[in-house]
Design a protein around this ligand. Structure first.
Ligand code: SAM
Length: 276
């Protein structure tokens, strides 16, 4: 149901309106405590956010949404449900992650069913590209995760490529029942229309675990860890890989489990391991 002109009252507890948009805000300042913080970018009507917050009372949830009506609605619903671990911010997603959050302060960041911008001339508006991935990487704590779902196959492939190109994430298999993860309003709507969703789960690698790999024919050579100038190398043949199925029917290869990412390397063949 659309709610027009729903106002956010001055005493709304779940509303987060920064007094200064040109500085970073700590968890302590946003929530009044140092519990882990998760971000829901483009929360829409907030079904996912509110269910997560009710299920994980020891975790803080910051929702970011640019539409006033949706923000007001989620604020109202969070307050009615007495969820003291929810804050809703009316702001643009990239700006929030890039400029408002403290580095290393986020344990998980969710981007669920974002606008796919399907036309080629609009692709530059897509959120998942290098500046966003860099901002997310900075905001995440070590081992923190970026979780992405879309029904748009081409946007999904684009996102996988952007993640692989960016490098410093490891893709992790994500089956639907791996952990508590409620469906969003849009997901329910799209599934009712017979669409399937693709899911991507990326972990921030530790600095010393920055990885890269090169491939020639069936052979792959990967740096699986580096300490200063020293590298630990791993050589393997692609035939060894054992595929397993992930969400949306995409195959995750065993080499993904080892967290090895292929990156472009001059004239040597480029390989993409995140999803095939
Ligand atoms: C397709 S809806 C998905 C909503 C919700 N995540 C779900 O799955 O039900 C996308 C939402 O993101 C919001 N949105 C789109 N671009 C945004 C941006 N750059 N910053 C903040 N919110 C944005 C839209 O207003 C909309 O509510």
């Amino acid at each position: 149901m659309k709610i027009k002109n729903l106002k956010i009252t001055a005493d709304a507890k779940a509303h987060f309106e920064p007094s200064d948009y040109f500085r970073r805000w700590s968890k302590q300042e946003i929530f009044g405590n140092d519990q882990p913080m998760e971000i829901d970018l483009g929360c829409g009507d907030g079904k996912f956010l509110l269910e997560m917050a009710a299920h994980f009372p020891q975790t803080n949830f910051l929702a970011v949404e640019r539409l006033q009506g949706r923000v007001a609605r989620v604020v109202r619903d969070a307050d009615r449900a007495g969820l003291s671990n929810v804050r809703v911010l009316k702001l643009e997603s990239l700006y929030t992650v890039e400029w408002l959050l403290e580095p290393g302060s986020v344990s998980r960041l969710h981007l669920l069913c974002p606008d796919p911008w399907p036309k080629a001339k609009h692709h530059r508006n897509r959120l998942v590209q290098r500046p966003f991935l860099q901002a997310v990487w900075d905001a995440l704590e070590e081992g923190g995760e970026f979780l992405f779902k879309t029904d748009h196959e081409e946007y999904y492939d684009w996102a996988c490529e952007q993640v692989v190109d960016f490098g410093s994430y490891v893709t992790v298999p994500w089956a639907e029942d791996d952990f508590f993860y409620p469906k969003t309003d849009f997901q329910l709507q799209w599934e009712a229309e017979g669409k399937t969703l693709q899911a991507l789960r990326c972990q921030k690698t530790q600095r010393w675990m920055r990885r890269f790999a090169i491939g020639v024919g069936e052979w792959r050579l990967a740096c699986i860890g580096s300490w200063g100038r020293c590298c630990c190398w791993f050589l393997w043949c692609r035939g060894w890989r054992k595929p397993s199925r992930g969400v949306g029917g995409k195959v995750h290869w065993a080499s993904d489990l080892a967290g090895i990412e292929m990156r472009r390397n001059g004239s040597l063949s480029t390989a993409r391991t995140s999803m095939r």
